[in-house]
Design a protein around this ligand. Structure first.
Ligand code: NAD
Ligand code: UGA
Length: 470
């Protein structure tokens, strides 16, 4: 089938950028991205391209070119479903916070609602594409729901997981290592796969487009994220050993990464990985393994999360012990709040958990992040404390221990310690001599990303503690 009209349910970090790139590269296809969230859609339609709801390098350029030509953002979900030949589901699939599988399983209620809505609205045959990250065999559930109306409309369900990383989304989409398309191995399934291959073939080479059966595709996404996170937990585990043996984790990473079988990427020791997906997807994998009665496999992968929690906690503890075992009423400046540089996304950011721990110990946390506003930072902390069941009074009191700045100089003025939580490039360019003069002494720098020049800072007079450095 030649696709003329695409609809995408979910205008978030995945739906927005992926559909913008498809629209840019396939000008003959009309692409409509819909969402229930009115303010998000309004932001995607904002004339000022600096106000898009997702910050990604080059995204504004892509949206600027395609929007209004063949790319549209709307809250009219039914009309877009009705008109589409192919529907992508790119809604959120967070970890469940209630009931069966709480804290482990993926919450599929948003995906199921999409399937029910499509089944209700569709009047002609459609290809449904799973873009969200889903547990293996979700396509079976979707197919059952879609077929349940018995109105004669035929649906082919494909799995097309997204591998983009935030901060490099546009580059990753333009030049993907691979796209993966899984579908039924029937003639109709193969035809549907080909329709999606034809879309990506507008800008990717045939060898960049992999096709598999639907279950392999679904499972490959969870597997890819688990392997990537496992590498980070492996190097972070060794960073703790480096700190007590005077080995340098960056040197160790370089030494092993030059082995072509290991490779250099994803070996950067840090305060711990964050982001909306690594933890959620591993928890989901662990839950699936337990569900299929594979406890050893579940325990193996769960350790990646346990180690990551340990790393965040270890960093906070190091700050407290270095500051003479008390941070009460001390000004600790956080440089960065986003879970990585070049994004405004803060989901599961290590900063949230480090802040929580220090606030519990009485610290005053002063934050500067070039892309994250105060309201977001406070909402992140409030959400965490609400989940813990804290009273409103207690939450308010704790929120009063957080100060957010638009100017890094003010955030750093008269601080007892600086903690780097995100690897924003601008932190490397600061006037650290001047910062030192204005800080309490001894002045500490805790570099949770190993991005600052430790030797230079030490010469200035700072006490510098990086990750995995003796
Ligand atoms: P997101 O929360 O940014 O966006 C999801 C959007 O879906 C929200 O705006 C929400 O309002 C909307 N939505 C929910 N139910 C809806 C419905 N019934 N109809 C229309 N819209 C609806 O999430 P995201 O980061 O874009 O992630 C989406 C999926 O992609 C997840 O499964 C995630 O695991 C996966 N993924 C994310 C990334 C990433 O970098 N963020 C990368 C690869 C895969
Ligand atoms: C990750 C994957 O890289 C994507 O392929 C995947 O599509 C996506 O998850 C998803 O499914 O959501 P993302 O979370 O956006 O992408 O960003 P990453 O670059 O993977 O970084 C994740 C976290 O790991 C960040 O906190 C980052 O700072 C940290 N990290 C990364 C390290 O601590 N060390 C490293 O060497 C690499």
């Amino acid at each position: 089938m030649k696709i003329k009209n695409i609809c995408c349910l979910g205008a978030g970090y995945v739906g927005g950028p992926t559909m913008s790139v498809i629209a840019l590269k396939c000008p003959e296809i009309k692409v409509t991205v819909v969402d229930l969230n009115e303010s998000r859609i309004a932001a995607w339609n904002d004339e000022n391209l600096d106000s898009l709801p997702v910050y990604e390098p080059r995204l504004a350029e892509v949206v600027g070119e395609a929007r209004g030509r063949n790319l549209f953002f709307s809250t009219d979900v039914d009309t877009a479903i009705d008109a589409a030949d192919m529907i992508f589901i790119a809604v959120n699939t967070p970890t469940k916070t209630y009931g069966e599988g709480k804290g482990m399983a993926a919450d599929l209620k948003f995906v199921e609602l999409c399937a029910r809505q499509i089944a209700r609205i569709a009047k002609n045959d459609k290809i449904i594409v799973e873009k969200s990250t889903l547990p293996v065999r979700t396509a079976e559930t979707l197919q059952t729901i879609l077929d349940s109306t018995g109105n004669g409309v035929k649906f082919e369900v494909l799995s097309n997981p997204e591998f983009l990383a935030e901060g490099t989304a546009i580059e990753d989409l333009f030049n993907a290592d691979r796209v993966l398309i899984g579908g039924q191995q029937t003639p109709e399934g193969k035809e549907a796969i080909q329709s999606l291959v034809d879309i990506y073939a507008h800008w990717l080479k045939p060898e960049q487009i992999l096709t598999t059966n639907v279950w392999s595709s679904e499972l490959s996404k969870l597997t890819a994220n688990s392997f990537l996170a496992q590498r980070i937990s492996s190097i972070n585990a060794l960073s703790a050993l480096c700190e007590v043996t005077e080995a340098n984790v960056d040197e160790v990473a370089n030494a092993i990464g030059t082995d072509s079988r290991i490779g250099p990427k994803f070996l950067k020791a840090s305060v711990g990985f964050g982001g909306s997906c690594f933890q959620k997807d591993i928890l989901n994998l662990v839950y699936l393994c337990r569900f299929f009665n594979l406890p050893e496999v579940a325990d193996y992968w769960e350790q990646v999360i346990i180690l990551n929690d340990y790393q965040k906690y270890r960093f906070a503890k190091k700050i407290i012990s270095s500051l003479f075992n008390t941070v009460s009423d001390k000004k600790i400046t956080f440089l960065g709040w986003a879970f990585k540089k070049d994004t405004n996304d803060t989901r599961e950011s290590a900063a949230i958990y480090v802040a929580e721990h220090l606030i519990e110990d009485g610290a005053q946390i002063h934050v500067y992040d070039p892309k994250v506003p105060e309201a977001k930072i406070k909402a992140d902390m409030r959400y965490l404390w609400e989940l813990k069941g804290f009273t409103e009074q207690k939450i308010e009191a704790k929120l009063n221990q957080i100060y957010v700045y638009n100017d890094p100089k003010e955030a750093l003025d008269q601080a007892h310690a600086v903690a780097v939580l995100t690897e924003w490039d601008e932190f490397k360019t600061y006037d650290w001599e001047n910062i030192f003069i204005k800080m309490y002494k001894p002045a500490f720098v805790f570099d949770g990303r190993n991005i600052l020049d430790a030797a230079k800072l030490t010469d200035i007079g700072f006490r510098v503690k990086g990750i995995g450095k003796g």
